[in-house]
Design a protein around this ligand. Structure first.
Ligand code: PGA
Length: 253
């Protein structure tokens, strides 16, 4: 049995006005207060982080950001650095999401710099990795994921990675309704853990949470969470309503 506390993380992507964000954050906060033994995080768009922070204040919900720029405060028009996120009450920062890799053109070394900036600011990176359908069908899943891990964590010492969270998000499963089977998810999560054990050490690998992301919903979360190496979920579409996300937060019921 794992001692890792499951983390259910809602990635709101580019959704929610201030009023909508307050309402959703409030609802998630109530659901999180009623759930035991699970950590809950929401990552609103930057524009709504402060409103969401006020809505969840005093409750158990942690705040995440969907992006960060890897520098200190300075002349980077349009960007947000880790110190400013910490000042908002953010704890987690999602890094390496496939939408940023493929739509915004972020490469592994930029992602690595972001992870370093997040750790330096005392925040926790949620590092996303995952293969495309083409790569999976070509039998290249392990090679692609390991390449992303190696590059995204290049130069890091074990001691710097205690608060790292991994997220395995196969691109073909994101927003498609096509979830990875629990067995497929488990196989990739076990591979990631074993890679982390080789790269760092077994004790760190066993302590780090590996989230699954890709069309997670209230109907499939229980079977995914039954896998020994699945330690939570990074949820997009089903994090956008209180009802859907509550069903995920309460996966044990
Ligand atoms: P989805 O998105 O749950 O809508 O598939 C997951 C993600 O992109 O993190």
């Amino acid at each position: 049995m794992s001692e890792r506390v499951p983390l259910m993380a809602g990635n709101w992507k580019m959704h929610k006005t201030l009023a909508q964000a307050r309402e959703l954050a409030q609802g998630v906060s109530e659901a999180a207060q009623a759930a035991e033994g699970v950590e809950v995080m929401i990552a609103p768009p930057f524009t709504a982080i402060h409103a969401a922070a006020q809505a969840v204040a005093g409750g158990p919900v942690m705040l995440g950001a969907q992006n960060v720029y890897p520098a200190g405060q300075g002349s980077f028009t349009g960007e947000i650095c880790a110190d400013l996120l910490a000042d908002l009450g953010v704890t987690y920062v999602i890094i390496g999401h496939s939408e940023r890799r493929w739509i915004l053109g972020e490469d592994d070394s930029f992602i690595r710099d972001k992870a370093a900036a997040v750790i330096k600011a005392g925040l926790r990176p949620v590092l996303c990795v995952g293969e495309s359908l083409e790569e999976r069908e070509a039998g290249r899943t392990a090679e692609v994921v390991q390449g992303q891990l190696a590059a995204g964590l290049e130069g890091f010492q074990a001691g710097e990675c205690a608060d790292l969270v991994m997220a395995y998000e196969p691109i073909w499963a994101i927003g498609t309704g096509r979830t990875a089977s629990p067995e497929t998810a488990q196989e990739c999560h076990a591979d990631i853990r074993s890679w982390l054990a080789d790269r760092f050490n077994i004790s760190l690998a066993n302590s780090l949470r590996i989230l699954y992301g890709g069309s997670v919903n209230g109907g499939n979360v229980k079977d995914l969470m039954a896998q020994p190496d699945v330690d939570g979920a990074l949820v997009g579409g089903a994090s956008l309503t209180v009802e859907d996300f509550s069903a995920i937060v309460r996966f044990r019921n």
